[in-house]
Design a protein around this ligand. Structure first.
Ligand code: HT7
Ligand code: ZN
Length: 872
């Protein structure tokens, strides 16, 4: 276990790093020269990290070291005799083609046509050379690459180009110098046959930058959208944060073999192809937005992560939470702000809330870890972003910008902490933000209880707010958190009331933020002329679960009238969840009637945005509904949710749905503008609802939509309706899709994923069949995600079979996968999270499988940590 409280500044730093690579597919050699700096206050020997390295030679200050002067064991190289200013030189041999973990130096694609690349975050650099591989050691890098010109025509590393030339025997070289000291996790190289898309860019402060996106020949034409997104991101960061790019080149490379979405290596971002490549024939609207978001995210890291980095990995959210927040703001500006908020909060509830409610729960700044790769979680990223959002809300737009300017100026070129962040934001605004630090240190989703009382005689409205820490682990003893609650009050006619908070002298407005920083507090509003309906936590102003005793008609009123698009959607979600509970418990349901009536009237309302309407017509997902259960039966939840949607569809009426579908289908544009995307989104939702009323009719429409689809959004939506509905046309459509997209790995991933989400019992057999498909392999993380990930994560009713066969399949695959790629295996294993809350038969089946897996000998540290935690 590594603990935050054990943090010590490094005893040895590295001032300059010179790396000389001789690159080859099977074997690459690396000579490294490190100029060392010793902390005079510490007396520790020189210890460098190094994992599975074949050491060829070692010398100190130009003198080869005898075997007695160093020891390499347990992934640490200890060297005697080094002093401040010493130069340590090592040579190592690496085996990229044999590296299936995709960490360190590895091969993407085939031996014949693939290319070499590196992945160093979090601790991959120690798989490349000996180094103090920790983020608080910042060094200046000079990197020289040598390789066969024919096999590796393109040679790239981070920093600015600093010469290139020919060598004997058909070889060539290229050198890169990075003027900005950086931690080792931001080192990167790429070498191989790649094509390039180029654009010139001039920063706001006048620097000419060459933007270069590299991809394999068959993919380069699909990089134009990413290039546009990159340019938009660069401009936005200049305008929103005053941050300019700081090198002469910015390289971006696409690979199909990658453990995560993308990586922000300084000057050489590397992307999973699925987060970079886009064209209308193979990319859906949602994926387009995802490409834009990931391109922006990685670019924004250049300041929030690279120029200001993390002191240690416990501070990971300092760069990730902040960068997610920056990306979310960018995407909101580029697209629709309320839709983006709905999307982000949905993700938080689907991925982070369950994580925070189970045995894998951890604070945004964890106190300890065994394997840091297991902490790239929804909590660190998504909840971390929510914490930054609360801070930004507390300071206001100008105050937050002032604080961010101070943060970047004060910490530029440093490895910082979350305290440094709060201090800069607070000091720039003359305020103390340290109470928010408590949010970073505790796991679990707080509950916010709200109750309103209207006094008709006094014209006052008293809003009583209370907070409760989530259970377990000394929750009772925790001090209260500051919870900003943005609110408004509505009349029963749907108009907003002016707010006068008792004791507050400043003028009134229709919306305000109150901060609950005690266990309980009453907020009294005066001059309230009628009994109001409160709209609370507008825009989801804090990452909490709101418990409020709304009557169904009050939620329906907010659903119909709230001008905060997020809260309007939220009112519908609450209403639908109540309707679900009534259906489950066999109770008469006012909520169901209110929900259906409100949506029916919105459905006939021509002024509402099509995309928002599509989201309003979608009840909470199965994972979110499961959060409301004490003994989870995922198949029953699926059935009830289907029934809920069927009731809604019946209320809207088959004819109205058909008419709306026909009107939307009359537009056949593949344009990416907001209106066209919104139409496609609503068209899909309408077709899905119609399928619940008129299976055959909807299947015919879906088959025609599949056949005539001008782009992937419509094609995949239609395929999904056919496959999930078990329509007879599904098998032909699957064959056609496969033939049409042969050779397109990203399109094929979607083909696997759509089938892995077949609801209920038949899913397992389909997954087993697809595992035997020639195109399936455990070696490619995208393919694993598309089949096994989609099955265990996005298909609760298929995975959680009562006979436990889903659990056994996952456990068996985890063992095979772990031997190839521990990071991907560990991430997949988190699907076992929450098994303790399953109903008894499934719980027992899951427990047996997990206990057996935990006892398996030779599991990686990554997988062992997840399985061990999940069991507790
Ligand atoms: N900072 C990156 C996190 C990361 C990563 C990326 C690719 C492969 C393995 C990785 N391990 C950690 C991604 C990001 O948040 O921008
Ligand atoms: Zn990131």
């Amino acid at each position: 276990m590594i603990r935050l409280c054990d943090y010590r500044a490094p005893a040895w730093r590295v001032e300059t790093v010179e790396l000389d690579f001789d690159l080859g597919i099977d074997a690459s050699e690396l000579r490294s020269r490190l100029r060392l700096r010793r902390d005079p206050a510490q007396d520790a020997p020189l210890r460098l990290d190094g994992e599975n390295l074949q050491l060829l030679s070692i010398s100190l200050d130009g003198v080869p070291l005898p075997a007695t002067a160093y020891r390499y064991a347990g992934n640490v190289l200890e060297v005697d005799g080094a002093h401040d200013g010493s130069v340590l030189e090592t040579r190592v041999r690496l085996r990229p083609a044999a590296n299936t973990a995709l960490e360190g130096l590895y091969l993407s694609g085939s031996r014949e046509a693939g290319f070499l690349l590196t992945q160093c975050e979090a601790e991959g650099f120690r798989h490349i050379t000996f180094f103090p591989d920790r983020p608080d050691v910042l060094s200046s890098y000079t990197v020289t690459l040598r390789a066969d010109r024919e096999r590796f025509p393109v040679l790239l590393a981070g920093g600015n180009p600093d010469g290139a030339g020919e060598l004997e025997g058909g070889r060539h070289w290229a050198r890169f110098v990075d003027p900005h000291p950086k931690p080792s996790y931001l080192f990167a190289l790429v070498a191989g046959r790649l094509e390039v898309l180029e654009r010139d860019y001039v920063t706001a402060d006048g620097r000419a930058v060459q933007l270069k996106i590299w991809a394999e020949a068959d993919a380069i034409d699909r990089c134009h959208y990413a290039m546009d997104a990159l340019e938009r991101s660069m401009r936005w960061d200049e305008q929103a944060y005053g941050r300019n790019y700081d090198l002469d080149v910015f390289h971006v490379v696409a690979t199909h073999d990658f453990n995560m979405g993308a990586m922000e290596n300084k000057g050489l971002n590397i992307f999973n192809a699925k987060c970079l490549l886009a064209d209308p024939d193979s990319t859906t609207d949602d994926e387009y937005r995802h490409v834009e978001a990931v391109v922006a995210h990685e670019y924004f890291h250049n300041w929030s992560g690279n120029r200001v980095t993390c002191r240690d990995w416990f501070q990971l959210s300092l760069k990730e939470g902040l960068t997610v927040f920056r990306e979310q703001s960018f995407s909101a500006d580029m697209n629709s702000a309320p839709l983006k908020r709905i999307e982000d909060v949905s993700l938080l509830r689907r991925a982070q809330f369950p994580e925070d409610a189970g045995p894998l729960a951890h604070p945004v700044r964890p106190a300890q870890y065994s394997e840091i790769n297991n902490f790239y979680t929804a909590t660190v990223y998504e909840k971390g972003s929510e914490l930054v959002r609360m801070l930004a809300g507390a300071l206001g737009q100008d105050g937050f910008r002032r604080g961010m300017d101070r943060y970047f100026e004060r910490n530029d070129g440093r490895a910082a902490t979350i305290e440094d962040f709060l201090a800069a934001l607070g000091e720039a605004n003359g305020t103390d933000l340290t109470p928010y630090l408590a949010w970073y240190g505790q796991a679990g989703t707080p509950r916010l209880k709200a109750h309103g009382q209207y006094d008709a005689a006094a014209h006052t409205y008293t809003l009583s707010l209370g907070q409760r820490a989530p259970g377990g682990n000394g929750a009772e003893a925790r001090p209260p958190l500051p919870i900003p609650v943005k609110l408004a009050l509505f009349t029963r006619h749907g108009d907003m009331l002016p707010l006068h908070l008792d004791g507050q002298t400043s003028g009134s407005s229709n919306e305000m933020v109150v901060v609950l920083d005690q266990a309980e507090r009453d907020f009294v509003f005066t001059n309230v002329v009628t009994a109001p309906v409160p709209s609370l936590l507008r825009g989801f102003s804090a990452p909490v679960v709101l418990e409020c005793d709304y009557a169904p008609d009050e939620l329906a009123l907010l659903l119909a009238h709230d001008i905060d698009g997020f809260n309007r959607w939220e009112a519908g979600q609450q209403l639908a969840a109540r309707a679900y509970e009534n259906l489950r418990d066999g109770n008469a349901s006012d909520a169901l009637l209110a929900w259906c009536d409100a949506l029916a009237s919105l459905f006939g309302n021509a002024t509402i945005d099509d995309a928002l309407l599509a989201d309003l017509l979608t009840p909470p997902g199965e994972v979110e509904l499961a959060e409301r259960e004490s003994a989870i039966d995922p198949q029953r939840i699926h059935q009830l949710r289907q029934e809920l949607q069927q009731r809604l569809a019946a209320r809207l009426g088959a004819d109205a749905l058909r008419q709306r579908y026909a009107a939307l289908a009359a537009h056949t544009s593949i344009a990416l503008d907001a209106v066209s995307q919104a139409r496609r989104r609503l068209k899909r939702r309408v077709l899905e609802l119609l399928a619940l009323l008129d299976r055959d009719g909807a299947a015919e429409l879906a088959a025609a939509q599949f056949r005539d689809a001008p782009g992937m959004t419509d094609r995949l939506a239609a395929l999904s309706v056919l496959v999930r509905g078990g329509a007879p046309q599904a098998s032909t459509a699957l064959l056609e899709y496969r033939a049409r997209h042969a050779g397109d790995a990203l399109a094929l991933d979607k083909w696997f994923a759509v089938q892995a989400q077949l609801p209920g019992e038949p899913a397992l057999e389909r997954v087993q069949l697809l595992e035997r498909d020639d195109a399936f392999t455990l070696k490619n993380p995208n393919r694993v995600q598309s089949l096994l990930g989609a099955f265990v994560r996005n298909n609760p009713s298929g995975f959680h079979r009562i006979d436990g066969a889903g659990y056994r399949l996952l456990a068996e695959r985890l063992v095979s996968l772990d031997a190839l790629n521990p990071q991907v295996a560990a991430r997949l294993a988190t699907a076992f999270n929450g098994w303790q809350r399953l109903e008894s038969r499934r719980r027992e089946a899951a427990r047996t499988v997990i206990v057996e897996l935990a006892a398996h000998r030779g599991l990686s540290r990554n997988l062992a940590e997840i399985i061990g935690s999940v069991l507790n």
